[in-house]
Design a binder for this molecule. Structure first.
Ligand code: GDP
Ligand code: GDP
Length: 438
């Protein structure tokens, strides 16, 4: 496992800005470590030639203002348990706060390497003035500007110096980060087992039973190209149950509970049958849950070339409510088109991790709100005050408005599309919420 570098600090000091800079926007995420909560962001980063896992302890709940302080400390402490190096980010413009004094004291007692990075020191003239206050903590300190990239080389050097010794390279080392949890869903006979077998076929299958899972919820771990993928709940998929009454019951509810355990769902559709009623139900459920998923249209080897266009149109029609969902055409039996599944799933998941600072979000969305004003509803318009990103995976945006009753679904859809365009969210689900604010 690569060493863990945790960024702690109160909201708005620039954690996500620094996180994005250090990971260069790579957001392949693992939520695999024990005790790691969903709202913590992790991504691989390269620091002076060493791979590390960078953890951003952000993701504060904006609703719970009064308990914010407590949450920051709790989050920070949880992150510290696993961290090898702690990056304590503070805001040079805003200066020291009592909460930070507290945190500094805890960090000092922790006995782990801590670096204080004083952020927002844009331009070099005022470095001394902006950092002076923070020297009181007696911790190693440097001045940076995450937004402009100043001090990054020094920061990388300071981190690298404090990383634990690298382990000697072992090509057979078994455990790598879990890149993704996948659920393969679809009607019986669509080709789910064939797809999993095709994917597993070209890699090493390590375990098929993981402690703690029930017998009909078998997770399969697949190692491929130095990455670890987990197929959840494959028992129902892999084992051919003896069908006595000629009808295998297909439960959307069960599919959904598998989907809940996964980061990304793969919906397998049998191209020879077209999009059936059950496929439609499953897709619309996943969409309404804002689940990350892709559609795998299987058995294309059985579809005559002349019918392909009609099939594609049929699929597009079914997905018109969620046109962001990628569609892959394949033949699992022949192994054609299968290789695209994991990279596609990974890239959806990477998009799910996007995190946009409140300032940037409001600046960017202002134009969209001005260009198409919220429509009049019963003679009045809702006022949009500001918005913030409340969560990732799925990226969730909260608009604070004067009157939620006056915001129509079509306008929400417009806002969603604007966010997608502005921030390049092409394939991930996006959740837009309006909340009343006075
Ligand atoms: P987080 O809440 O700690 O994740 O903070 P963000 O990364 O969202 O940043 C909060 C605000 O500070 C945003 O408006 C950023 O644009 C701004 N910011 C971040 N880094 C810098 C910096 O180096 N200089 C300046 N002037 N602003 C910054
Ligand atoms: P599952 O019930 O969804 O797991 O479906 P299976 O993977 O067991 O596949 C059902 C049947 O379809 C089997 O007979 C497979 O051999 C066949 N099948 C699966 N994928 C393909 C494909 O791409 N092309 C063709 N021609 N047959 C396929």
């Amino acid at each position: 496992m690569p060493p863990i570098v945790a960024i702690v600090g109160r909201p708005n000091v620039g954690k996500s800005t620094l996180f994005n800079r250090l990971t260069r926007g790579r957001r392949a995420i693992t939520h695999d470590l024990p005790g790691v909560t969903r709202d913590r962001l992790e991504a691989p980063a390269e620091i002076e030639g060493r791979f590390v896992t960078l953890v951003d302890t952000g993701g504060m709940d904006y609703e719970a203002e009064e308990s914010l302080a407590r949450q920051i400390v709790e989050q920070a402490e949880a992150a510290l348990v696993t961290a090898d190096v702690v990056l304590f980010l503070v805001d040079g413009k805003a200066g020291r706060t009592a909460l930070e004094d507290d945190l500094a004291e805890r960090l000092r007692r922790l006995g782990k390497p801590v670096i204080v990075a004083v952020n927002k020191v844009d331009g070099l003239e005022r470095v001394a003035a902006m950092t002076a206050d923070f020297h009181a903590w007696g911790l190693p300190l440097l001045a940076i500007s995450a937004a402009h990239g100043q001090g990054m080389a020094e920061l990388a050097e300071a981190i690298a110096e404090r990383l634990p010794e690298a382990e000697p390279y072992d090509p057979d080392a078994p455990l790598i980060q879990t890149v993704l949890r996948l659920a393969v869903l679809g009607r019986p006979n669509a080709g789910k087992s064939s797809l999993i077998n095709a994917l597993v076929g070209e890699s090493r299958l390590i375990v098929s039973d993981i402690a703690g899972t029930t017998r009909d919820a078998v997770d399969v771990v697949v190692h491929q190209k130095g990455k670890r993928y987990l197929f959840v709940d494959t028992a129902g998929v892999r084992k051919r149950t003896r069908i006595t009454d000629g009808l295998e019951r297909y439960s959307v509810a069960k599919a959904l509970s598998s989907a809940k355990r996964a980061d990304v769902a793969v919906v397998v559709i049998d191209a020879t049958g077209g999009v059936g009623v059950q496929d439609k139900r499953l897709i619309s459920f996943l969409d309404s849950e804002r689940k990350a998923f892709l559609v795998a249209v299987n058995k294309t080897d059985l579809v005559p070339q002349k019918d392909m266009l009609a099939l594609q149109k049929d699929i597009a029609r079914e997905l018109r409510m969620c046109s962001h969902v990628p569609v892959l055409y394949m033949s699992a039996a022949k192994g054609k088109g299968v290789a695209k599944v994991l990279p596609q799933a990974e890239s959806i998941w990477a998009e799910c991790q996007i995190r946009i600072g409140t300032g940037e979000l409001n600046r960017a969305m202002r134009a969209s709100l001005d260009k198409h004003q919220p429509p009049l509803v019963n003679g009045r318009r809702a006022k949009f005050y500001y918005l913030t990103q409340a969560a990732d995976a799925p990226p969730t945006f909260v608009f604070f408005v004067s009157d939620t009753e006056r915001v129509r679904d079509s306008y929400i859809k417009y806002l969603e599309n604007s966010l997608r365009k502005l921030f390049g969210i092409a394939t991930a689900p996006v959740k837009v919420v309006c909340r009343a604010s006075h």
